[in-house]
Design a protein around this ligand. Sequence first.
Ligand code: DX5
Ligand code: ZN
Length: 219
Amino acid sequence: MLHASLIAPSLLAGDHANLAASAQAVAQSGATWLHVDIMDGHFAPNLTFGPETAAALRRAGSKVFFDTHLMLAEPQKYIEAFAKAGANNISIHIEPTYDHRGTLARIRQLGCQCGIVVNPGTSAASIETLLSEVDLVLVMTVQPGFGGQPFRRDMLPKLRTIDGWRKARGLKFRLEVDGGIDLATAAECRAAGADTFVAGTSFFKADNKAAFTAGIAAL
Ligand code: DX5
Ligand code: ZN
């Protein structure tokens, strides 16, 4: 396997009245990534955080890798603000109409890694020509909007397809899954080629977060 398994606990499932403590719990578990879900009430039917949230977490001492998932109708308008706020990776969806390639390039210019995201109803083929331009591909395993939804097992073939292209082309992007991930569904995704696992509800519900993080890393 190319990449070791990595967990990205999702801040969405943390304590919104004390996000700094939630970010600290993530770091204390041994996780090195924090998944930050940004929704605008248009592309996804919910509202979450803004750039100031990320900046405030940095000021509060959070040093983990901010894996920033922009569920926005116009992500190109906000990438600079998130880069300045301390994002390490910025992932954008393929579904809205804007200059995807140009926006990915701009994310890199701003000093961040970049990712492309596909919703459950969007084909792998829709991102095929962008694979050489990204550090990460995120396959949504739920419809974006809310934590705690059931894992979409029908996304496993999409993972296999994208992992197959990655191998055939000698590419090195991470292959991430997001939605309904726990130790069991993460193992299924790992077998289908995923190496990066967003976990919201399952991580924050776990009594022993260090054991949970180690369990994902061992997949
Ligand atoms: C869903 C978000 C996810 C969410 C996952 O719209 O993109 O990152 O936090 O939550 P769980 O792990 O609870 O399914
Ligand atoms: Zn997400």
